[in-house]
Write a protein that binds this ligand. Structure first.
Ligand SMILES: [Zn+2]
Length: 173
């Protein structure tokens, strides 16, 4: 539900039965805090904030400190070994995929998997441009990768472009 619609409905409910529709109950219904409901219905929260900048700053500092504390105490588990990952890994939007010990192995594994996919695509007749497109790479980057992979023994045979027929009659034949 859009925010504007929620606000409008909360207002209507509150008007119909203010004794029943407390801020708390409205907050639960629309999945927002009591403070937010108060702001929606009265605008008092932002008015208070505007009048008390010092207090707002203090509250923000306190909240940030609490957040850091939470991050210190909550760590994501490494999907590889189950070990604890770095501080803050639980709340980070893009946490490191594996713990420090597992990361290099996991990376190597992923690079190998990707290489095998490139081999498969190349073997299946895809062009450099098509493969680069699938990987989100530039063709020149893919070209360099081809070079590295060939050196490491991946099966990426050279393709020679079929030259145009030298004599027109060959094309007919
Ligand atoms: Zn690990």
């Amino acid at each position: 539900m859009r925010r504007e619609i929620k606000i409008e409905r909360a207002r209507r409910l509150r008007k119909e039965d203010p004794a029943y529709w407390t801020y708390k109950r409205l907050g639960e219904r629309y999945g927002v805090s009591t403070t937010t409901i108060c702001e929606w219905l009265t605008g008092k929260v932002s008015a208070w904030k505007a009048a008390h900048p010092e207090r707002v700053r203090e509250l923000n500092l306190k909240r940030n400190a609490a957040k850091r504390e939470w991050e210190r105490n909550h760590r994501a588990k490494c999907p590889e070994c189950g070990g604890e990952m770095g501080a803050g890994s639980a709340s980070r939007k893009a946490p490191p995929a594996r713990c420090k010990e597992c990361q290099p192995f996991w990376e190597a594994e992923r690079v190998h998997e990707r290489a095998e996919r490139i081999v498969e695509w190349w073997g299946g007749g895809l062009s450099l441009g098509e493969i680069a497109g699938r990987l989100g790479w530039s063709v020149s980057h893919l070209g360099q990768e081809f070079h590295r992979l060939r050196e490491r023994g991946y099966d990426l045979p050279y393709r020679y472009q079929r030259s145009a027929p030298r004599f027109p009659e060959q094309a007919v034949a």
